[in-house]
Each structure stands twice: as structure tokens, then as C-alpha cells.
Design a protein around this ligand. Sequence first.
Ligand SMILES: NC(=O)c1ccc[n+]([C@@H]2O[C@H](COP(=O)([O-])OP(=O)(O)OC[C@H]3O[C@@H](n4cnc5c(N)ncnc54)[C@H](O)[C@@H]3O)[C@@H](O)[C@H]2O)c1
Length: 344
Amino acid sequence: MSSSVRVCLVGAGRVARVHANSLVNHVPPAQLVALVDPDPRAREEAGEQFGIEKRFAALEEALESVAFDAVVITTPTFTHKQLAVTAANAGKHILLEKPMALNLAECDAIIAAAEANGVILQLGFMRRFDPEFVAAAQRIEAGEIGQPMLIKSLTHGPGLPPAWARDLKTSNGMLAEVNSHDWDCVRWLMGSDYQRVYVEVANFKGKARGVDTEHFYDNALVNIRFENGGLGSISGVCPCDYGYDARVEIVGEKGIMQIGELKGQAVVVCTNRDQGLITPIYRTWPQRFEWGYIREMEHFVDCILKGARPKVGGQEGRWAVAGVLAATRSFLEERPVYLREILG
Ligand SMILES: NC(=O)c1ccc[n+]([C@@H]2O[C@H](COP(=O)([O-])OP(=O)(O)OC[C@H]3O[C@@H](n4cnc5c(N)ncnc54)[C@H](O)[C@@H]3O)[C@@H](O)[C@H]2O)c1
């Protein structure tokens, strides 16, 4: 059995740098051997920062020139299917960023290509590896709060995402770009699939920030009914300006559990009685989920070395996409939408 995993990083944007940091500094069996991005500036900057000498404008070029075992795909959503299928057909294991793809047909093509080629497909749901989320899931599983009845999950992101990520056509909008993690976590922690969703959206800041994309929204509130009778909500705000905020509350038959808090650091300071207590908040998602990103990469590399199935894969990615598609139809058609309308 090989003791190292050679990785090609596909995409050199925001989240690529988080994964490059994990690969280079935290996961010793991994070797970051190649970088792919059609944008020369992004490619050179990330290449220099992480000491990746082999840089290419397209995945096909990297496949021809460098030997590697796995890809980490960190590109815009509308490119995921083509890149993941190409990687699978070349026999490369895949860590694919969320949202898995634009629609269910694309998700199915990725899952089928991974299965046909016997490669690992892990989805970039790093909250599944965040120590707080993991501890909460274990305690729910152990029955500490009884059967979950109601789950509320929020993600409020600080800055406007890149232009492609604001457009329904290239990303499925904020409910996909920002809230994919909530879709995955509410389903995971409730232990049941979504049955029906109803969504309201609003646009408060888009005009002032020069966003004129059709159907753009910067606030979203989702109501969910689960197959097991449980209820849920997801709230999304982006840009929210005050920092990065990700919290979950689960009410069970016997108790309540909260994951995360608005306060981002344990150190609380008071130096001036007019200003009061200063309790810093997380500023960014790489800061809040630092250990989630590292642990998810450790898990990916470990699964490759052991030939094991990842804890979070194509089916989880597909369910999150299905939730987003139902939610988008709900706000566009101003009505509750059953998942069976999406799943067929
Ligand atoms: N897990 C998380 O917490 C998290 C956080 C942010 C983004 N993401 C996801 O990661 C993906 C990328 O998001 P981002 O914010 O880093 O985007 P970004 O726009 O900052 O970077 C994307 C990069 O991909 C490059 N690219 C485009 N097409 C390509 C191709 N065919 N081959 C190689 N490179 C290509 C672009 O030139 C760009 O440099 C999205 O799916 C996004 O939803 C996940």
C-alpha cells in the first residue's frame, strides 16, 4: 500500500487556498504536485504561495504531464460536472467542493463516473468534520436530547460572493453557494430527508452594491418539513457585513442543543467602560471552520490510503442540490414545493 497521495488542485481561487494550506501544512501523506487554473494571475499567485511548481491552464494538460492520485476540485459550480467526470474517467480520486453541481442529472453523471471507475468521491461538506458539529451529531445519535423535532440552521456570510456565484444560472444562487452546508447539516442532524420546502427571499443591499443579476437575493428564509415529521428552517444572509456566522439549534423530545455561537473567540476583553465588553466574532469562513477543513482533507487522504468509503459523498451532495432546486422553485413560484416534484 502506498504511503503518500499525490494531489492536483483544480482551481486557484478562495477555497483552493484553504485546501492548499491543509495539504501543504497539515496532512503529511499528501503531496500537492500540480495546480490548474485558466486564470494566469490566480494560478501564479497560489502556485508561488504554496510552492507548487507544475501549473496548468486545464485539467487535461495536467493529466498528460504529471502523475497524481487525486484531484481537489475548487472551481465554480457550473464547471463541476465536466471536471469531476474527466477526473473519474482518468482514475483519479475526487474531493469535490459543494454545491455538487447545477442539477440532478449532473450529480448523477458524477456519481456514475466515480462508481464506474472505482474512485473515491468525497463532497466538500467540511462541517461534517468540524469538532463541534461532530460532537453534536454523536450526542444526538447517543439520544441525549431524544428524537430531534425542530432544527434551525443559519449561515450569514460577510462579503458578496464572486459574480458567478450570485447568478441562478451559474450557481443556483445564495441558497446553494452559502447555504449548501445548512442543507446538508439539517438533513444529517435530523436523520431524515426533506419532504417539502417553502421559501421567502428578499434583496436589501444588491442595488447599492451594483448587483443587477436577475432574481438576486441577499436574504433567504427556508421552512422545511422532513419525511420523519420533523420541522426545520435555514436562514441565509449574504452579504451580512458584521462577520461570519454559522449556528444551529436542535430541539429534541428531551432537550435542546446549540452548535456554535455568535462570539468567535474565547477571549473576552474590557478596557473601557463606555465601550463595554468586547467579544470578537469570526470574520471569515476559513477562520470559523479551520479545523473542519483540515479534518476533511485528512479524511479524504485517509480514505484513499485505506480504500475506504468517505463519510460524505455523492448522495449527500445530490440531496443538497435537490433541496436548493426545490427552494428556488418555491420562491420563484411563490408556493410550497414537494421534493418529489424535483426528484421525480
Ligand atoms: N466549502 C466551503 O466552505 C466553500 C467556501 C467557498 C467556496 N466553496 C465552493 O468552492 C468552489 C469555488 O469557490 P471560490 O469561492 O473558491 O471561487 P473563486 O471564484 O474564488 O475561484 C474559482 C477559481 O476556479 C478557476 N476556474 C474556473 N474554471 C476552471 C476550470 N475549468 N479549471 C480550473 N480552474 C477553473 C477560476 O479561474 C478561479 O480562480 C465553489 O463550488 C464554491 O461554492 C466552498
